[in-house]
Design a protein around this ligand. Sequence first.
Ligand code: SF4
Length: 407
Amino acid sequence: MKTFEIPEFYHSPLITQIKSYRKLQDPRKRDLSPTYIDFGPVGFYIARHFGFCYGVENAIEISFKAVNENPGKRIFLLSQMIHNPNVNKDLTDNGVQFLQDTNGKQLISFDELTPNDVVIIPAFGATLEVEELLKQKGIEVQKYNTTCPFVERVWKKSEQIGKENYTIIIHGKYTHEETRATFSRSAQSAPAIVVKDLTEAKKLSDFITGKKDANLFYEEFKDKYSANFDINKHLQQVGVINQTTMLATETQEIAEHFKQVMIAKYGEDNLKQHFADTRDTLCYATNENQDATYGLLKTDADLAIVVGGYNSSNTSHLVELLEQKFPTYFISSDKEIESNTLIHHFDYPNQKRLSTNDFIPKKEKVNIILTSGASCPDVVVEKVLNKLLSYFKGIKTKEEAFSFTNQ
Ligand code: SF4
């Protein structure tokens, strides 16, 4: 896979040491078990896969290139480049300004843009409407377009199935930048609708089976379907695509659900006409990070720490998985760990910051899971590890604890 030039300060020699060791041991990425680092009184289970993905590194490389190539020019990002506060701050410190916030609220009016300005398209992509508007302003939208190729792959798939007359069901969070971009592009080729989870997918399928009165659809799915969506016509042939950072297993469940609904309604022999196969649109990084999290679930850890931006969808799903078994703390950086007894963390479903006392159990040996989302720099994970280590006495040196990587 292509490698990118990203600023040195995002790297962590310690984390690179772990990742390089695992890559050497398991080049085909078959082993999803975490790496265990034993410091004596504390041990860390480090996920097999975590941190910057292809799309994030691509976006960072292009964004810093835009900064370096355009001294003296105004540089704007359409919205947060990725969902990580550290990376976004590094860009704003370099003079980059955000045009919209993460929910699409305008921060700087498009009217202020001139053809001399630089606008960076974030990794999530942009809606067709915004892209068109920027072109009208004389902005070269393709010059610093950081849209992830794996997001574009989803767009291509939606275009393909849309042309084959399938209605596009998008598994995503309606307000998320990527889902808005995917929705706008899907709606260009076919009727499109967004469902946020399996529960909402089941509600939608009640309209396919006729369990529910068709008239209720427009209220229940308000603002989530494309213009001129006809409930009596547009749910006879469907295909499921996703916001690339959703829980992959849930996307598969949703697709399987619609498949079964279509089999029940039209018969197995007619499935192809009513249900499009879209299995190949899942993003590799989301899959790897989530699969590595299932590996973490097999451990005997006492707690789990997940590092990432509080608006990061992919990070939130790692938290969701780990919470099934461990006390799990979603933190944005080491600064959220205030002391050996107090941690501040984020409750993603309720969008609330919480504080927990005595988060480290009083035991002779404590095992901690450590992982991060696809937009979190490794250096932030290392800082978290160092902070946690500082609370334990009589620990092994890093050279001793990491000596297995030299074997
Ligand atoms: S998570 Fe996947 S789709 Fe999203 S930016 Fe990373 S590689 Fe691209």
